[in-house]
Design a protein around this ligand. Structure first.
Ligand SMILES: C[S@@+](CC[C@H](N)C(=O)[O-])C[C@H]1O[C@@H](n2cnc3c(N)ncnc32)[C@H](O)[C@@H]1O
Length: 268
């Protein structure tokens, strides 16, 4: 799969820092109910630089993780991050979800976070990952949905800036609004029992760590990150885009509010 010159989060240093900020801000909300039993084997597909891996491995210290990513560079960084954090229950391998070198039915659980949103064929990816699961194993999928972003003060320019990111991701074959589709995607991939739980991030000035960690450093930083691509693609003009970003930052002032919903699915 050609990933260069297309929009995938995580392929530059600034993006890597953003993914780490996102992961540490959302640890409790997204991961507190993911605990794997001692000795179980888990495949994490699309681990990136290991931003979620560290939490997974810490929460289930006696489980054994195999974390793969198509990007060799991300895998090298993930390995270094895990070593620096003293994590010893994860093996990192470069690998493509569509060509994994593992035997069928070889994992007890599969975990995928913020990856399906980048894949042109998410159902096929889920089917392949399912084939690596043992009977009765679980598949956990976490995705965002940019259509769930609403805020005060509301701003047409901010919505337009967000729609640039959504459009660029679509042009790269992805779907930034995929969160709402987790149930139908997993159903189409053949999973029987599917439980989806929306995880709302609500941010106001009373939660300064979320103002910094989520609204500024995670969401707005991500939208800001597509500025040059959006302008080059002619999706917007400089003034409208910059006003949109300014208005997103405006929601972090003392009277501002920002809401976003992630979707977490566990299927069997
Ligand atoms: C937004 S990042 C998410 C990384 C990590 N899961 C996280 O939550 O921080 C998406 C990751 O999916 C990886 N990816 C995309 N297509 C892939 C494929 N076909 N096989 C394996 N990894 C893939 C990218 O290289 C990238 O690291």
């Amino acid at each position: 799969m050609e990933l260069k010159n297309s929009y995938v989060h995580g392929y530059d240093l600034k993006e890597n820092i953003r993914l780490q900020d996102q992961a540490s801000t959302l640890v409790e909300l997204l991961h507190s109910d993911t605990i794997y039993p001692a000795g179980s084997k888990i495949l994490e597909a699309g681990c990136g630089v290991g931003a979620q891996t560290l939490t997974l491995a810490r929460n289930s210290p006696e489980a054994l993780f195999t974390s793969v990513d198509i990007s060799e560079h991300s895998i090298l960084t993930a390995r270094l991050n895990a070593e620096a954090a003293g994590i010893t229950n994860v093996r990192f391998d470069q690998g493509d979800i569509f060509h994994l070198p593992f035997e069928p039915n070889s994992f007890d659980h599969v975990f995928v976070c913020f990856v399906l949103e980048h894949l042109p064929l998410p159902v096929e990816a889920l089917k392949i990952l399912k084939s690596h699961l043992k009977i009765g194993g679980s598949m956990t999928v976490i995705e965002g949905d940019h259509g769930s972003a609403y805020f005060f003060p509301d701003s047409e320019s901010a919505h337009k800036a967000i729609s640039c990111q959504v459009e660029l991701q679509k042009r790269s074959g992805g779907n930034a609004n995929i969160g709402r589709e987790l149930y139908p995607l997993l159903h189409e991939a053949g999973f029987g029992t599917i439980h989806v739980s929306p995880r709302l991030v609500y941010v106001d000035a009373g939660k300064p760590e979320l103002v910094e960690g989520f609204t500024k450093k995670t969401f707005t930083a991500m939208i800001e990150g597509v500025r040059e691509l959006a302008l080059a693609a002619g999706l917007t003009d400089k003034n409208t885009f910059d006003k949109g970003i300014q208005d997103l930052y405006r929601t972090t002032e003392p009277d501002g509010v920002f809401c976003y919903t992630f979707f977490k699915a566990v299927a069997f």
